[in-house]
Design a protein around this ligand. Sequence first.
Ligand SMILES: [Zn+2]
Length: 288
Amino acid sequence: MKLKNILLFLLLITINVSANEKFDKIINKAEYFENIDTNLAKLPKLNIRIENCYSFPYFHINEIQTKGNVKIYNDFLNGLKTANKCFSNSRSHNEIKIKYNELLTILLNNQEKILKCIIPQSNSVYAVASVRPGHKKDWVNDFFGLPTHPSILFHTNTIAGNFPLSMSEKDINEKRKEWGTKYKDLQIGPGLRNPDYTKIQNTSALVFHEMFHWPENFHNDKKSLDIVKLSEFCCFDNPGHSQNFRDAACNMLYDKKAWQPDLYKRLKYIKENKIFKKFKEINKHFDD
Ligand SMILES: [Zn+2]
């Protein structure tokens, strides 16, 4: 074995061991949950604060919601466990492990991490994750209501697939006209379910997706495949996602050559095998 290979091998073992140790530590530390019945719940040993998530994941205007803290806590844990399984199996490779390890490091450091929920007036995004201050994309941090990094803002009325709260009487009448006899007996109004909107089904996938943005993983990166979406599509179950598309996502996620550190070789391989194009196709499918 050449020296370079030996070093690489040792690095891989180190990353594996430390990822496993970190994961176990996080699960242990997550056992302590404070103020579960309030609007400011805490996981003190991980310095995670859960703000205003009583309506997580699905706000509905006619319901009193109180179970949000427990739900978001379970989604946080289940999302991490699902990803851990997916990233430590035999098909996984170094580049995924490095990225995943960075997330575990953030979760274990002393900095406060904030998961915050709001019920937006108008539906723009399902959720948004903060970016490290000073990063070229740190304009994201100006998103209304998003706390200081590392943080996530969840829009519970949007996640539920509801009509926006800003809906006026005029909007309601227009919708009725537009729909005609479609959904004839359906109640239309702010904060009520709009069957034409997507309701996010797998909310542990959503929580993990957003957290995985923290170590500077972005969508539409021209130099790398989208590790956030590919992990979500490959690792998590979602009703309505076909097995073929899920397999295709896993093939991209686990394709070592598409993640090789040498940028020139990586992009050449991605281009020759039309991988960006293949990604766009599955992304379109998952968005529907
Ligand atoms: Zn995203």
